[in-house]
Design a protein around this ligand. Structure first.
Ligand code: TXA
Ligand code: MG
Length: 319
């Protein structure tokens, strides 16, 4: 029997999407699948709804949220765009790229969404169920990753239930996510004075792909200290156990995460495919966290393409 605070599991069909949209319109919390990781969504224009996200996650209120939109028209109402930002969205939306732009103060978003910053993080996701929910809810949705603060991000509905069951209204179960790592985040700084791009978080859209749109790789600054993105704090992806990187094989007491020719208790990709490895990373970290072994070892991952983002998350998990 379901208790008063039970979390509903919804299917990604017409009925499930309508129910998810209804809960969101009513100011509730729904975990939703995206192509990167599951997000914990609430309507971004309601102070009460957004406050519930911070409470359910145990997230520090100084850490701002990404607002999810259905298209650039909706995004234009919320932030200030210039021709460069438009080109970036045209290249990668819908998809796993988050753009940080100056926010429009009159956009009607809850103040807690931006945690007092003058900028706003915007993303237009590609996942069909998520797109259908945004369209049906008819409001922009704030959504951080759907895990309690400090836990590994969820790439399947089960992961969401593990840390948020009973704390949120529903989970829309869309199966395992395709990309497996949080979106790449780029910020356009000082838009009025022709300022440049800054990479805040590596992700599925690589620096090389972004540089191709900008035309000059030297124009992307890497955030030295990601003070504006506290989600980038070293401890953020911690599986709760010591983690050893660049391991050729496990020693007794270690859960081995394999790659390529190095086999593991969980293997990211035996074919050495980095896209497949990214999609499986968090599942392996979840399995490692649940295993009997006290420590985790991870095989070396090539630092190219999406491998850069995998290594970024692994270094944070090891810190
Ligand atoms: O793929 C994703 O981006 C997933 C899915 C659900 O969309 N979401 C996600 O959200 O990873 P979250 O909250 O776990 O990470 C959002 C990151 C945090 O590091 C936050 O500090 C940063 O975005 N952020 C949000 N607003 C920002 C802003 N205005 N300026 C700089 N960083 C910002
Ligand atoms: Mg997160």
């Amino acid at each position: 029997m379901r208790g008063k605070n039970a979390t509903e599991r919804l299917s990604p069909d017409e009925q499930g999407i309508a129910r998810a949209a209804q809960i969101l319109r009513d100011g509730g919390l729904v975990a939703v699948p995206t192509e990167t990781v599951y997000g914990l969504a609430a309507r971004a224009d309601s102070d009460e709804a957004v406050a519930k996200i911070y409470a359910a996650k145990g997230r520090p209120s100084f850490n701002p949220l990404i607002v999810h939109v259905g298209d650039t028209a909706q995004a234009n109402i919320l932030a200030q765009w210039d021709e460069r930002a438009t080109r970036m969205a045209e290249a990668f939306w819908p998809g796993p790229l988050t753009l940080v732009l100056p926010r429009r103060p009159d956009a009607g978003l809850a103040t807690a969404v931006t945690a007092g910053l003058p900028t706003l993080a915007l993303r237009c996701p590609a996942h069909p169920a998520m797109r259908a929910i945004i369209a049906a809810a008819q409001v922009p949705l704030a959504a951080p990753s759907a895990n309690r603060s400090g836990f590994v991000s969820p790439t399947m509905a089960e992961h969401v239930f593990q840390t948020l069951d009973g704390r949120i209204d529903a989970v829309l179960d869309g199966g395992a996510t395709a990309r497996g790592l949080e979106s790449s985040i780029v910020a356009l700084r000082d838009i009025a004075n022709g300022g440049g791009w800054q990479m805040l978080r590596p992700g599925p859209i690589t620096r090389e792909q972004i540089a191709e749109v900008i035309g000059d790789d030297r124009e992307i600054a890497v955030a030295a200290t990601a003070i504006e993105a506290p989600g980038q704090l070293a401890s953020h992806y911690a599986p709760g156990k010591p983690l050893r990187l660049e391991a050729e094989q496990a020693v007794p007491g270690e859960f081995m995460i394999g790659f390529g020719t190095i086999p593991g208790d969980c293997t990211l990709s035996s074919a050495g495919d980095l896209e497949e490895a990214a999609a499986r990373l968090y599942e392996c970290l979840h399995l490692a966290a649940e295993s009997e072994q006290a420590r985790i070892a991870v095989a070396p991952i090539p630092d190219r393409g999406i491998g850069t983002a995998i290594n970024d998350r692994l270094r944070r998990a090891a810190a």
